[in-house]
Write a protein that binds this ligand. Structure first.
Ligand SMILES: *Cc1c(COP(=O)(O)O)cnc(C)c1O
Length: 384
């Protein structure tokens, strides 16, 4: 085969309303920020920007944890960093599993060398804290990990009960808040969460590429007490914070990797937008947009898969009506410039997943989505 040296055609990305389970459309201010002057990753202005970004991210996580930063990779890498630094060979970890992302947390813990026990719940349900407690009574665990809102089923796990169980048995609490941070109430310090990881592209409203995490003092103590350094070099907290800065540490930053400057510019602007809006107003906006969506779905004769008791405003899992091919509807919707998600795992072919996230959590955008969905469904022969 000969090497093809012809340049590809120029970029021409279509305009999309991104209503899937992430990414969401960033505010235009975020995209503008990403095109600003590039500088070096050790430039004094960039170091100042790193401090500002950490500070703003603490505000969004509602924490005083110094160790709060965006990992230079997507949400999964942030969660992997937490598991790989908190856990080592011989440690025990309990993971609540009610969908694909719970399974993934368990796999991250296993790969960190931990002995993993899971407590499962059916799709759409949340995990029973009493079942978690039963396992911890049997044998303690260093870490209890769970997903705040399981993006495959829309089920939102209530955090306080899980934290109480963990505290009674001296386990560290790790939360995957990838679909919730910036969209629904989450208060890391008041809730007693030891470590949490999210992503840039869902409710925080920036493009994909960063994995914001926060790690509290109890968790950092466990990291410092490790017998062996973590197997990962790129995600090693010890090395990462020589670059991002330890509290009271040297103002001189040690090179670790080249931070993705443009991504940090966009993320910084996204955090600024969140704190300008105010967290309470932002959560209320997500809730109001979710209610507009649910009322509109009802008019179309569609219903949500997730039981009302643990629905989450940011991730809406809709039952595909009988006799309708879910993939054809999604394909039609995309021709109208609107993206939504399909089902994953056991829900594949049975549901659609619609995100109400960040800049898209506004009535006009939800109505645009509903109008397109209505048209796509009619074209597929559906009538309510
Ligand atoms: C989207 C998502 C992830 C993965 O995040 P990436 O940024 O795609 O790596 C992990 N957990 C949950 C709950 C998610 O919704």
């Amino acid at each position: 085969m000969t090497v093809n040296r012809t340049p590809p055609p120029p970029l021409n990305p279509p305009e999309r309303l991104l209503m899937g389970p992430g990414p969401s459309n960033p505010d235009p201010r975020v995209l503008t920020a990403m095109g600003m002057n590039p500088i070096g990753h050790l430039d004094p202005y960039f170091v100042e920007l790193m401090d500002q970004t950490m500070g703003a991210l603490r505000g969004v996580f509602q924490t005083t944890n110094h160790h709060t930063l965006p990992i230079s990779a997507t949400g999964s890498a942030g969660l992997e960093a937490i598991m790989a630094n908190l856990l080592e060979s011989g440690d025990s970890c309990v993971v609540a599993v009610n969908g694909y992302f719970g399974l993934r947390l368990a796999e991250l813990a296993r790969r960190a060398g931990a002995d993993v026990r899971t407590v499962e719940a059916a799709p759409g349900d949340t995990v029973d804290p009493a079942a978690i407690e039963a396992l911890l009574v049997e044998r303690p665990a260093k870490v209890l990990a769970f997903v705040h809102a399981e993006t495959t089923t829309g089920a939102c796990q209530s955090i306080p009960e899980m934290v109480s169980v963990a505290r009674r048995h001296d386990a560290l609490v790790v939360v995957d808040c990838v679909t919730t941070l910036g969209g629904v109430p989450l208060d890391v310090d008041a809730m007693g969460i030891d470590a949490a990881g999210s992503c840039s592209q869902k409710c925080l409203g920036a493009p994909a590429g960063l994995g914001p995490i926060t790690v509290g003092p109890r968790a950092m103590e466990a990291v410092r007490a490790r017998k062996q350094p973590p197997a990962t070099w790129y995600l090693d907290f010890g090395l990462l914070f020589q670059y991002w800065g330890e509290p009271g540490g040297s103002p001189k930053r040690a090179f670790h990797h080249t931070a993705p400057i443009a991504a940090i510019y966009g993320f910084h602007e996204a955090l600024r937008l969140i704190l300008e809006e105010g967290l309470d107003a932002r959560w209320a906006r997500h809730q109001a947009a979710h209610e507009v969506l649910v009322r509109g779905l009802d008019v179309l004769g569609l219903s949500l898969f997730t039981p009302p008791a643990h629905r989450c405003s940011t991730i809406n899992v809709i039952r595909t009506p009988d006799g309708i091919d879910e993939a054809s509807v999604r394909a039609r919707l995309l021709t109208m410039g609107v993206e939504m998600g399909g089902g994953l795992g056991v829900l594949a072919g049975k549901v659609w997943r619609v995100g109400v996230m960040g800049h898209n959590a506004q009535t006009a955008r939800i109505e645009q989505f509903l109008g397109a969905l209505d048209a796509a469904l009619r074209a597929e022969g559906y009538s309510a």
